[in-house]
Write a protein that binds this ligand. Structure first.
Ligand SMILES: [Zn+2]
Length: 110
């Protein structure tokens, strides 16, 4: 698999995709309704996925939207598909271009 996000390999398990097209993921209204680019992806410890914009206001319940993963893939560059291999407990934060900063979630960030 060729991609700009391959640094941080310990955050990926390319043997087994963790997210199917019909799985429900959480996104925010700016991504879903205003078509803002996804700038943050996390695979939470509870198994849930989040695809969020770069805004900081993701704490209110009313901002969250639950949609099928395929809608996010259709709306955003193919690059996002690589995150179907993101391990549980990891996140990816967009830096610039095709560069993403990968890391492990801590309870405080979850
Ligand atoms: Zn957002």
């Amino acid at each position: 698999m060729e991609s700009g996000i391959l640094s941080g390999l310990d955050c990926f398990d390319f043997e087994s995709p963790a997210l199917g097209d019909e799985a429900l993921i959480l996104t925010c209204r700016r991504v879903w309704e205003q078509k803002q680019p996804v700038r943050y992806v996390s695979h939470d410890q509870d198994g849930g996925y989040q695809f969020l914009c770069d805004g900081n206001e993701h704490t209110t319940q009313g901002d969250a939207v639950s949609v099928h993963a395929r809608h996010i893939f259709e709306q955003n560059p193919d690059q996002l598909r690589d995150f179907t291999y993101l391990r549980k407990g990891c996140f990816a934060k967009h830096l610039q271009g095709e560069t993403w900063n990968l890391g492990h979630l801590t309870p405080e960030e979850d």
